[in-house]
Design a protein around this ligand. Structure first.
Ligand code: NOJ
Length: 562
């Protein structure tokens, strides 16, 4: 490692596995822990530092594991606690850290706590969840909505009260105002840390606190019919409440009882609000508040540059550590979003920016959204909101990993033979015969090997892992220019501002790396004078590399003199 003073979650790359879809070892069509363990060699070969597993706990799977029925066990679909211990051991042997998905905002409605809570109004567990009487007119207590469509309240007929759920009705929200709940949740973290877990991704962290008066949320004037109903309100009473920071600090102290553990919070907020979730040196909160802004920003050089400049400046001012994400199990695949032509530009950006990158499984081979026929749709976000299913449905980005060109892309291993009745829980993306790990292993110019080249360069470069970031302005540096002319006098204008090129410098003591990303389809003339000591480290289009041109849709990395 080039920067020994950094923590593993600062220098390493986090790789998200959606366990249902990674590798099925049992032949039931759903991926499992033994499947992941069998692929540790592959995972290590990617040059990543940590694996984050989406939820693997016992669950009725109404939201595919984000409805937890027991926080301290493994769902039989995925295996056993022994299988989990084996995975932790194997990962650690390969030098990989293991992170779990912690879902503290809500449990399953089949969790014993909720079964007790709903059994009577005076059950001791009643207050572990959020109950309200019907409104005076009858009906829901207030206007709060679910992310998955409809009201955020469901009536429990036998006790006559509504319970809160901002996702499916099978995900009742825990009452974080109750200290017993908070104690139990901290205990859950300890349970897994004692088993060797290195860190946690924390689900909907900014939703924990709720308005104690349960006031109606104001209408969002921007909302139009046809958009998800959840967006019709300004979420001032269900999101980003000050008390949430107290809850997070409590969990953080539980983490800090153990060496070198971390948590990354799922938080969708504007940059300034987001960074408050890192806390302060005296009162730390999340090690990393997930930065999803690359997913949310229009894909062009000017907007992306502005985002990166703003975020980097805000992180520097807040004296915290940056991070970047291009994809996850809730967002359409980035190869689909930005288009195949821009895929390597996006991958290069993710892996060369300042901060910890999180990679979604399959993105290293350029997996795209799969087509899900209507009868195979299983995601509640799509099923409950047919009017917005195309944008809100998450099945397309959760299709099985494409290992090879055999039946079911090798996802079910040797279990996938004609005599087996099982098939993968989601259909394979149609392109699996062409886009798969085996084919790409064999091709030095593949997306997979490009990914590895990037992670290797990153690991070997202090500038890329921990160096400063500075975007380059028009005319700056005399490194590149857009038209014929002298090496140092050429105009840089068209390069940065108009043509869709984003250029930035990463710099550490004695090392400077220049990253050139062409967001446009037009070639751009370059002059990288030898006299400033520039040498090409990597191009996303190796066949065209070396010429004094940045091709349309090309990414280049240069080592430059200081
Ligand atoms: C965010 C998770 O990423 C998503 O998949 C899930 O549906 C909701 N939280 C509810 O847990």
């Amino acid at each position: 490692m080039t920067s020994p003073d950094l923590k593993w979650w600062q220098s390493g790359i986090i790789y998200q596995i959606y366990p249902r879809s990674f590798q099925d070892s049992s032949g039931d069509g759903v991926g499992d822990l033994r499947g992941v363990t069998s692929r540790l060699g592959y995972l290590r070969s990617l040059g990543i530092g940590a694996i984050w597993l989406s939820p693997i706990f016992p669950s009725p799977m109404k939201d595919f594991g984000y409805d937890v029925a027991d926080y301290k066990d493994i769902d039989p679909l995925f295996g056993t606690l022994d299988d989990f211990d084996e995975l932790v051991r194997g990962a650690h042997e390969q030098g990989l850290k293991i992170m779990l998905d912690f879902v503290p905002n809500h449990s399953s409605d089949e969790h014993p706590w909720f079964l007790e809570a709903r059994s009577s109004r005076d059950n001791p567990k009643r207050d572990w969840y959020i109950w309200r009487d019907p409104s005076p007119e009858g009906g829901v207590p207030n206007n709060w909505k679910s992310f998955f469509g409809g009201d955020a309240w469901t009536l429990d007929p036998s006790t006559g009260q509504y319970y809160l759920h901002q996702f499916v009705s099978g995900q009742p929200e825990l009452n974080w105002a109750n200290p017993e709940v908070r104690r139990e949740m901290a205990e859950t973290l300890r349970f897994w840390m004692r088993r060797g877990v290195d860190g946690f991704r924390v689900d909907v962290f900014w939703l924990l606190g709720k308005d104690p008066e349960f006031r109606d949320e104001p209408r969002n004037a921007e909302w139009r019919p046809g958009q998800p109903i959840h967006n019709s309100l300004e979420h001032i009473y269900t999101q980003d409440l000050p008390v949430t920071h107290e809850y997070i600090r409590e969990l953080r102290s539980a983490l800090d009882e153990f060496d070198d553990r971390m948590m990354v919070g799922e938080i969708y907020l504007p940059i300034e609000r987001l960074l408050t979730y890192a806390g302060t040196p005296d009162a730390p909160e999340c090690h990393l508040p997930f930065n999803f802004h690359l997913i949310l920003t229009p894909w062009n050089a000017a907007d992306v540059r502005k985002l990166v400049d703003d975020y980097d400046a805000a992180v520097t001012a807040a004296n915290t550590w940056p991070n970047w994400v291009l994809g996850n199990h809730d967002q359409h695949r980035f190869a689909t979003r930005v288009g195949k032509a821009q895929y390597r530009v996006a991958q290069t950006l993710l892996l060369t920016l300042r901060g910890t990158p999180t990679v979604y499984y399959g993105d290293e081979i350029g997996m795209e959204d799969g087509y899900i026929p209507p009868e195979r749709v299983v995601d509640p976000a799509a099923l409950n909101q047919p009017e917005v299913a195309a944008s809100a449905g998450r099945d397309p980005e959760r299709t099985p990993m494409q290992w090879d060109a055999t039946a079911y892309a090798g996802f079910m291993g040797s279990a996938a033979d004609a005599s087996s009745p099982a098939e993968p829980w989601l259909p394979l993306a149609q392109n699996f015969a062409a886009v798969n790990v085996a084919a790409q292993e064999a091709d030095p110019a593949s997306d997979l090997n490009y990914f590895r080249a990037l992670t290797r360069l990153r690991a070997e470069s202090a500038a890329l892992v921990s160096g400063s970031y500075r975007s380059l302005n028009a005319g700056e540096g005399a490194l590149i220019h857009s038209g014929p002319g002298s090496l140092t006098g050429g105009s840089y204008q068209n390069v940065q501002a108009g043509s869709g090129v984003f250029a930035f410098l990463r710099e550490a003591a004695g090392e400077r790396v220049l990253v050139l990303l062409n967001f446009g389809a037009e070639d751009v003339q370059l002059s990288l004078p030898e006299r400033v000591g520039a040498s090409l480290l990597l191009s996303s289009q190796p066949q065209g590399a070396g010429a004094e041109v940045l091709r349309g849709n090309e990414a280049q990395l240069w080592r430059v003199g200081s």
